[in-house]
Design a protein around this ligand. Structure first.
Ligand SMILES: NC(=O)c1ccc[n+]([C@@H]2O[C@H](COP(=O)([O-])OP(=O)(O)OC[C@H]3O[C@@H](n4cnc5c(N)ncnc54)[C@H](O)[C@@H]3O)[C@@H](O)[C@H]2O)c1
Ligand SMILES: [Zn+2]
Ligand SMILES: [Zn+2]
Length: 368
């Protein structure tokens, strides 16, 4: 079938919306008609050429939600008409990692996905007979995409898809960091560095876990105000003196849990140093620049602090994304407040511009 899609032709240049050919799904694969897709930093990171593993041409996009249109042979978990959220982090339920509660990093299709291929090593996207590679196993800046069944979370059809799509990446990453990675205990004190989509998700996650105090740190007063409406109890402007100020606020000892959601390695260090002596856990969500390292004085660890990292919030997507969507429908997560702009596919580059200007939390492409 013919589809319209936003193609990354050349790093650093605007995406080009073009007509491509999308082949039918093979065994274990599903054709999804996208209804909505968020524009995330990782799309921009790859489009800019900063990502060392990036390639072109490819169809970007990974924060997708849509409706199943066609299923390939042996697909059992979804059927035409089902509403789904796309998962760049799949869940095969069979590999060593999927069977272990300690991680969400499914091993089933990693290599093929990193190369821009579907699990059988080929692509369903092409242009004039030339194969075009997939991106993050999702390629959702497109009217339709073909994805492995193990990379789709089936959700309640009552959920508006232009909201549900945020659970495909940033929002689940933040919420999951608090629920899965840190397992925040009720009554505790938390610090969240960064009030973008991921940090705000972490604020929501800490609130859902019953944290007593949630201190949010950001450079933007506007974003800090938003953090308060999602459950932050204290706000602080970021900067070099933040650790001192946080220690003052927490009786000199630091917080039970800290979360880093900026991608800045200096802030990661602050997250370690503001975690409590004895048991403070610092969870890193941000993606640092190529070659950057986290500088930690070992004394902080010897005296009982721990550091964890969190990819997609430790969320096993097929199981947990539908639960998050249910929590949204029950009124426990205010997703509406995160959708700042609605765009058409043709405006996809404007989504990048808004992100660079820090205008709003998320721009969502509406395919309707
Ligand atoms: N681990 C994962 O699976 C995963 C998934 C998605 C995104 N990410 C990463 O998470 C990070 C956050 O993503 P986002 O979409 O929320 O980004 P964002 O740019 O919307 O938010 C980052 C926030 O950090 C704030 N900030 C910058 N410098 C600061 C400082 N010195 N002190 C305090 N706050 C500061 C900014 O003001 C901004 O509000 C990025 O690095 C992104 O690549 C990771
Ligand atoms: Zn993302
Ligand atoms: Zn697996």
């Amino acid at each position: 079938m013919k589809i319209r899609a936003a193609v990354l032709e050349e790093f650093g240049a605007p995406l080009e919306v073009q007509e491509l050919e999308l082949a039918e799904p093979k065994a274990g694969e599903v054709l999804v008609r996208l209804v909505a897709c968020g524009v995330c930093h990782t799309d921009l990171y790859t489009a800019s050429g900063a990502d060392p593993s990036g390639y072109s041409p490819t169809v970007l996009g990974h924060e997708g939600a849509g409706v199943v249109e066609v299923v390939g042979d042996s697909v059992t978990d979804v059927a035409p008409g089902d509403h789904v959220v796309t998962l760049f982090s799949p869940q095969c339920r069979e590999c060593e990692h999927c069977r272990d509660h300690r991680t969400n990093l499914c091993l089933a299709i990693r290599e093929q996905q990193n190369q821009g291929h579907l699990p059988d090593g080929t692509t369903r996207l092409s242009r004039d007979g030339e194969p075009i590679r997939h991106f993050m196993g999702t390629s959702t800046f497109a009217e339709c995409t073909v994805m492995p069944e193990i990379a789709l979370a089936k959700i309640d059809p009552e959920a508006p898809l232009d909201r549900a799509c945020l659970f495909a990446c940033g929002l689940s990453t933040g919420i999951g960091a608090a629920l899965n990675t840190a397992k925040v205990a009720s009554g505790s004190t938390c610090v969240v560095f960064g009030a973008g989509m991921v940090g705000l998700g972490a604020v929501v996650g800490c609130r859902l876990q019953g944290a007593e105090r949630i201190i949010c740190v950001d450079l933007s007063g506007e974003r800090l105000a938003l953090a308060r409406s999602h459950g932050a109890t204290d706000e602080m402007l970021g900067g070099p003196d933040v650790v001192e100020q946080l220690l003052e606020l927490t009786g000199g000892l630091g917080a039970d849990y800290t979360f880093e959601a900026t991608g800045n390695v200096n802030v990661m260090r602050q997250a370690v140093e503001s975690a409590r002596m004895g048991w403070g856990l610092a969870t890193m969500c941000g993606v640092a620049g190529k070659g950057e390292t986290l500088n930690v004085v070992p004394r902080f660890l010897i005296t009982g602090r721990r550091i964890a990292g969190s990819s997609f919030g430790g969320v096993k997507g097929r199981d947990q994304v539908p639960q998050f969507v249910d929590m949204y429908l029950a009124g426990d997560i205010d997703v509406d407040a995160f959708v700042s702009h609605k765009l058409t596919l043709d405006d996809v580059n404007q989504g990048f511009e808004l992100m660079e200007a820090q205008d709003g939390i998320r721009s969502v492409i509406d395919f309707a």
